[in-house]
Write a protein that binds this ligand. Structure first.
Ligand SMILES: Nc1ncnc2c1ncn2[C@@H]1O[C@H](COP(=O)(O)OP(=O)(O)OP(=O)(O)O)[C@@H](O)[C@H]1O
Ligand SMILES: Cc1cn([C@H]2C[C@H](O)[C@@H](COP(=O)(O)O)O2)c(=O)[nH]c1=O
Length: 228
């Protein structure tokens, strides 16, 4: 296996989509594929990725900000993102490491904005502040029927022996999750240069292969022109 490279052309890739569509699984698989191709990369998640952002994650996902409303929660997610971008994402990209992030600003657009009803102007202002110019180079939107994805989340809860099947947003009803799915698709449609929608209801290895095709074609130059 070639040694990971550590400079030049680092790329920022985000994974988005509803609950249980397989984002975390595929972030790990893509990291391994990139490492095999000699690319130095890190994986991270939102909300979270730094100690301060993880503290905000626990606060929100335990439901402690639920009664504050979607606008205040958008501000909390953006505060976590501000720290994450400045302390982890930007320094890694500057050091030449690719960054793979499990959820990013499109989740705020989809959950708090389009589904939660928070005004576009606030979402855009928070985004500008938190991203500080670090927009993803590519966003993979994993798409599938939320009812099927829910079953995955329930199975995961059983496998991990969790006493509760979900965090704050996993507890919303199916109608809400269907709206969320449509909203992720609308975001992808509005950002065709950055977002690629991939059907997620397929075996893990097949999905990994689909994602690798997209990444290796999009970044052929950085990957040394390797065929997909
Ligand atoms: N392609 C797949 N087919 C079937 N099961 C899968 C697939 N990908 C992941 N899973 C399983 O589904 C569950 C959810 O996967 P994962 O945690 O990767 O999803 P996620 O989108 O990151 O979820 P969340 O939004 O809750 O963070 C896990 O138990 C995982 O093992
Ligand atoms: C970044 C971000 C996340 N959320 C929601 C989406 C999920 O319900 C949780 C994160 O849990 P996961 O298991 O890590 O997917 O938070 C949100 O509402 N807004 C955001 O900006």
């Amino acid at each position: 296996m070639p040694e990971p490279q550590s400079s030049g052309g680092a790329r920022f890739i985000t994974f988005e989509g509803g609950e249980g569509v397989g984002k975390s699984t595929q972030v790990k698989r893509l990291l391994a594929r990139l490492n095999e191709a000699g690319i130095d990369a890190v994986r991270t998640r939102e909300p979270g990725g730094t100690p301060k952002a993880e503290a905000i994650r626990s606060f929100i996902l335990q439901g402690r900000s639920e009664s504050w409303g979607a606008g205040a929660e958008a501000v909390l997610f953006a505060s976590a993102r501000f720290d994450h971008v400045n302390q982890l994402i930007a320094p890694n990209l500057e050091a030449g490491r690719w960054v793979l992030c499990d959820r990013f600003h499109d989740s705020t657009r989809a959950y708090q904005g389009l589904t939660g009803g928070v005004d576009d102007t606030l979402i855009a202002a928070l985004e500008e502040l938190a991203l500080n110019g670090h927009s993803p180079d590519l966003t993979i939107v994993l798409d599938m029927d939320p009812e099927v994805a829910f079953r995955r989340v329930e199975t995961r809860a059983v496998e991990e022996a969790l006493t509760s099947t979900g965090d704050r947003f996993e507890k919303e009803d199916l109608v809400w999750h269907r709206r969320l799915r449509d909203n992720f698709l609308a975001i992808a449609q509005a950002n065709p240069g950055r977002c690629v929608v991939i059907p997620a209801d397929q075996p893990e290895a097949a999905l990994e292969e689909n994602i690798w095709q997209v990444v290796s074609q999009r970044f052929a130059e950085q990957l040394g022109g390797q065929p997909a």
